[in-house]
Design a binder for this molecule. Structure first.
Ligand code: NAD
Length: 418
């Protein structure tokens, strides 16, 4: 894994690469490469032992031309200002590529949540929510879960916001528990859009998903659901991993059983169905039909990309390939289907959750999944159309071409005021 790759610089490079194929003024492109504002906080929170600790936290609002800022909140020791800026930018283009009416934002706290009790995490989250209060709101900026946050954290943010505002506002965050305004299908949505993207990609490339061998790096929410739904389509999930290591089984895993093992033990490592334990690097370079990086950014750098043997890569994680890795894979005709399409299911069902919250009218899981399938397959078709009509080098550039054009159109309709 590359230590140096700066995700914000990767994002800017991706925008430049795509803008070169569009008729957009340089100063407009420059604007699309930087966040509108970034809030940097130092939270001072009481610990259970009576001491007080400082936590650095960020919220980046990248672009609001197409609607309220939207994006997750990550709890991780490696959270940084540049990472949050990059993730907020990817949200802008992700929402645009699937054509949902949001801009992009992202937040994070520099923290290892495993080192804290639930009571400490609640105080830290509520402290963050109090600071975010002037910036967030149903029509302003709508946080959601990301790495190491989930329904519990979203409910704390919603409750803090509602109490301070003296009103109910379930649409201030998405990814909530169903009992407090969450949507059916939200937990599975990112893995589902990854599966849908892989299904459409294999169809487009005239390959069979049934019987295809698949390796999944990062067996968390996104990765494990994608693996499970691909298994339902008849794919063979031969390798899965987490931060402790990877496991391989030639005949394919029972993905639900592997998930249960991880739930019980905290890791997939040591699972007795496996023929072999391996490193994450070995998993990423397996000779498989489909590779799904579903952990964190920069999982594959230029050097590792030289050893990637998969025919197709579908990115469930945000930014798992460095630009050098992207160039290397494009040069070798490995088809990469980008994060901003493949993992857009999360934000799409977040959007459905927000729509349901605003209408106080809730959908069935079947309706959620049907609407999600429509959004992802339409977006896939738009991307193929751009790829073919502009003769683009890869599908990432195609996704950015579609997305940037939509943001630019909204910006020029709005006008540049003041
Ligand atoms: P998660 O915390 O549920 O799972 C992440 C998994 O990756 C864990 O199993 C962890 O052990 C593993 N991991 C961490 N570092 C690793 C490493 N170096 N090698 C191998 N595995 C490693 O998180 P998630 O929600 O599944 O998110 C995963 C990725 O998907 C992130 O990039 C996130 O931004 C992206 N994403 C998630 C959602 C969502 O709705 N959950 C939506 C869009 C994008």
């Amino acid at each position: 894994m590359s230590e140096e790759a700066n995700p914000f610089e990767s994002l800017q490079e991706q925008i430049d690469d795509a803008a070169a194929f569009l008729d957009v003024e340089d100063d407009v492109v420059e604007r699309l490469k930087h966040p509108e504002r970034v809030l940097e906080l130092n939270l001072s929170v009481d610990m259970d032992d009576g001491t007080r600790k400082r936590f650095k936290a960020f919220r980046s609002q990248f672009n609001g031309d197409r609607g309220p800022y939207k994006g997750g909140i990550r709890y991780h020791p490696n959270v940084s200002r540049d990472e949050v800026k990059a993730l907020s930018g990817w949200m802008v283009y992700k929402c645009a590529v699937v054509d949902i009416p949001y801009g992009g934002g992202k937040g994070g706290i520099v923290i290892d949540p495993r080192e804290h009790s639930a009571a400490e995490l609640e105080r830290i989250t509520r402290s963050f929510a109090k600071e975010l209060r002037p910036l967030i709101g149903e029509d302003q900026d709508i946080p959601a879960p990301d790495v190491n946050t989930g329904q519990r954290e979203m409910n704390w943010i919603k409750d803090t916001y509602e109490k301070l505002e003296h009103k109910t506002a379930p649409g201030v965050v998405t990814g909530k528990a169903i009992s407090s305004g969450g949507s059916e299908g939200r937990v599975e949505a990112t893995g589902r859009s990854t599966m849908l993207t892989a299904r459409e990609a294999f169809d487009y490339l005239d390959k069979d998903i049934e019987g295809a061998t698949v390796a999944v790096q990062g067996y968390g929410n996104a990765g494990s659901v994608a693996a499970n739904l691909l298994e339902d389509l008849g794919a063979n999930i031969v390798a899965v991993s987490d931060s402790s290591g990877a496991i391989y089984r030639e005949g394919g895993f029972d993905t639900a059983a592997a998930k249960q093992f991880k739930r019980e033990t905290g890791s997939v490592s040591g699972y007795d169905q496996a023929n072999e334990e391996m490193t994450n690097e070995e998993l990423l370079t397996l000779d498989v039909d489909l590779l799904i990086p579903a952990a964190l950014e920069n999982a594959i750098d230029g050097e590792l990309a030289q050893d990637v043997q998969a025919d197709v890569v579908v990115e469930a994680a945000n930014g798992p390939l460095t630009p050098e890795a992207d160039d290397e894979l494009t040069g070798r005709d490995v088809y990469v289907f980008p994060d901003i399409l493949a993992n857009a299911g999360g934000v799409t069902v977040s959007y459905f959750e927000w729509v349901q919250n605003r209408q106080r009218f809730y959908w069935t899981e079947e309706r959620v999944n049907d609407e999600l399938e429509r959004v992802i397959t339409d977006a896939f078709d738009n991307l193929v159309e751009a790829y073919e009509s502009h003769d683009l080098p890869n599908f990432r550039t195609a996704a950015y071409v579609v997305a940037i054009q939509r943001v630019v159109d909204a910006y020029s309709d709005n006008g540049n005021w003041p």
